[in-house]
Design a protein. Structure first.
Length: 116
């Protein structure tokens, strides 16, 4: 059974930092593409960042470029999202996702709230 468990969310002030983690079990992340998505209240879920299975290609939403960094540690089967210079508009539930061909798996989400 595949499980993705996110952690690291919380309440932070504007300009602060958080690091989200996504620990995977039941799947080897080294053969999966990985990514983080977020959903703010009243808005659709949007992609934040994604990385190819080999790690050769990483993309970021324009809104987070230069502030967020996606990484993976295949030895720990864990995905990270380092978030710096946080803004109120970054407030959302953040979801980890991994996918390969037609299969995708999602975590339960972790709340990030940026207060001004």
């Amino acid at each position: 059974q595949v499980q993705l468990v996110e952690s690291g969310g919380g309440l932070v002030q504007v300009g602060g930092s958080l690091r989200l983690s996504c620990a995977a079990s039941g799947v080897s992340l080294d053969v999966y593409a990985i990514g983080w998505f977020r959903q703010a209240p009243g808005k659709e879920r949007e992609g934040v960042s994604c990385m190819s299975s080999g790690g050769g290609s990483t993309n970021y939403a324009d809104s987070v470029k230069g502030r967020f960094t996606l990484s993976r540690d295949n030895t720990k089967n864990t995905v990270y999202l380092q978030m710096n210079s946080l803004k109120p508009e970054d407030t959302a539930v953040y979801y980890c996702c991994v996918w390969k061909l037609t299969r995708d798996y999602w975590g339960q989400g972790t709340q990030v709230t940026v207060s001004s």
